[in-house]
Write a protein that binds this ligand. Structure first.
Ligand SMILES: *Cc1c(COP(=O)(O)O)cnc(C)c1O
Length: 469
């Protein structure tokens, strides 16, 4: 496909704002005479160009997207419709004119407390990692207010990569705790690392292997004995929505990814939302603004610090509340049950030809290793070959603790037919790896572009078109 610059032809115009005499009907000051190198194309060409580009891409609405850890699920369109009803208020409007809008924030805070068992939520953070940073900073501010300057945050090696990054940004030293042979935290190593220099343990649960940390209550108790906190990364919440309240597990702080679990698509650069919930002790340290209710009226008060402008990504919050209320308690539970069922269906089917990294039962995702095909093809080859079958590949080479990992998360929204299509493609690929590895080395064969130099593109992006001489 050609670049829009290559479609350009001198003198072509893409808009119709001229009168009968050919004069442009725009105020003089808005008319620029010369813009170097801007493509000159017709409106029709612009529309075709971008529409074609859009259909060359893959998306959650296009098809199956089993990208482990990412929860790339289908999101019901009715919630977009609901959100579209709330687009006309400016964030600077006086509170008395937007009581209904404020009620949405309030209700969402309340249902998130209900779902998690935590005592208070801030809806400000714009993403999961932003929530992690806010959550760890809340712990830090609490400890510092008590005169304690702890330096360390413990992080299992099966955690999501953002966890150590957020701890470091918040000013802590991230110390890694290895996993045991079952893919859970090594309790002995954890106990060795635990001291009164530790501010928190940050745990992704279920972890990036899809394994539930069954010792989490014990871990929480050990932390609390040392005056440290348990931070749980709740981005994998669709694995046990409605099944467990994290407060019962001893969790003190947790973020949720509304743009994964609660009806906003994840990816594409946002907007997202990563609300943070805390136990009562930490509530005074939630970032502002905080909502308070007096005589039935809601208003904002400044809390401790602020982590973004205004009040969070409001329309993402609207969609989450609409989704939660549509599903209700039973529906949310069903989300978790289906997410786990779908993942375990794939795990059972694929384990006939691929090796599962850990025998431990998994919830909403699982990880394959490259053990069975390593001498013939690479994990990357398998992933690229899936593109030829019209399917998005799983996450690859992550988590790092699994050699040649393929991390598969089907989510709850896919039908058995779709799962079977994926299974068939994966089994066929396993066969091709035996009989015709060359086919995989050169895959994909049918996509608009083949193997790209992603690292080169990220390190040396070419952002400006330079016309060939
Ligand atoms: C996606 C994810 C995050 C980060 O969320 P972002 O919104 O992408 O910042 C953190 N932890 C886990 C387990 C995740 O899956």
């Amino acid at each position: 496909m050609r670049l829009i610059f290559e479609l350009s032809k001198e003198g072509k115009e893409g808009f119709f704002v001229k009168n009968e005499d050919g004069e442009i009907r725009l105020p003089e000051e808005l008319i620029r005479q010369e813009i170097d190198e801007l493509p000159e194309v017709s409106e029709r060409e612009v529309v075709s160009h971008y529409l074609r580009l859009s259909v060359m891409n893959y998306s959650v609405d296009w098809g199956f997207y089993p990208l482990g850890s990412c929860t790339m699920k289908y999101n019901p369109k009715v919630n977009e419709l609901v959100a579209s009803l709330f687009t006309d208020a400016h964030p600077l409007l006086p509170e008395e004119l937007v009581q209904g809008y404020l009620r949405i924030f309030k209700e969402l805070e309340e249902v998130l407390c209900e779902i998690t068992g935590l005592d208070a939520f801030t809806l400000s953070p714009s993403a999961g990692a932003h929530g992690e940073f806010a959550g760890i900073t809340i712990i830090k501010n609490y400890l510092e207010a008590k005169g304690e300057n702890r330096e360390v945050v413990l992080i299992p090696d099966s955690a999501h990569g953002t966890n150590p990054a957020s701890s470091a940004l918040a000013g802590y030293k991230a110390v890694e705790i290895p996993s045991d042979e079952h893919g859970r935290i090594d309790l002995e190593k954890f106990k060795e690392a635990l001291s009164d220099r530790v501010a928190a343990l940050m745990i992704t649960n279920p972890n990036t292997l899809g394994i539930f940390e069954s010792n989490i209550r014990k871990i929480a108790d050990l932390l609390h004995e040392k005056g440290a906190f348990l931070y749980m990364d709740g981005a994998n919440m669709n694995a046990f929505l409605g099944k467990v309240k994290v407060s019962d597990l001893g969790v003190d702080v947790m973020h949720l990814n509304l743009h994964k679990t609660f009806s906003t698509p994840h990816g594409g650069g946002g907007p997202g939302s990563g609300p943070v919930g805390v136990v009562k002790t930490l509530e005074p340290h939630l970032p502002g603004p905080r909502l308070v209710e007096e005589k039935g009226k809601l208003r904002w008060v400044q809390g401790e610090g602020r982590i973004r402008s205004f009040y969070g990504n409001f329309l993402v919050l609207v969609k989450a509340l609409a989704y939660i209320r549509e599903l209700g308690g039973r529906g949310l539970k069903e989300v978790a049950e289906l997410a786990v069922l779908n993942a375990n269906y794939l795990r059972a089917k694929l384990s006939k030809k691929y090796r599962i990294s850990y025998e431990t039962p998994t919830l909403h995702e699982f990880v394959l290793t490259d053990d069975t095909f390593r001498d013939k093809v690479s994990t990357l080859d398998v992933a690229k070959r899936l593109l030829d079958y019209g399917l998005h590949p799983p996450t690859i080479y992550f988590p790092l603790i699994v050699h040649g990992a393929l991390m598969i998360e089907p989510t709850e929204t896919e039908s058995k037919e779709t799962l079977d299509e994926f299974v068939n493609a994966m089994l066929k690929i396993a066969e091709e790896a035996e009989t015709n590895p060359e086919l995989l080395h050169e895959a994909p064969h049918v996509t608009p572009v083949r193997r790209l130099d992603e690292v080169g593109a990220a390190r040396n992006p070419i952002l400006r078109y330079i016309k060939p001489e």
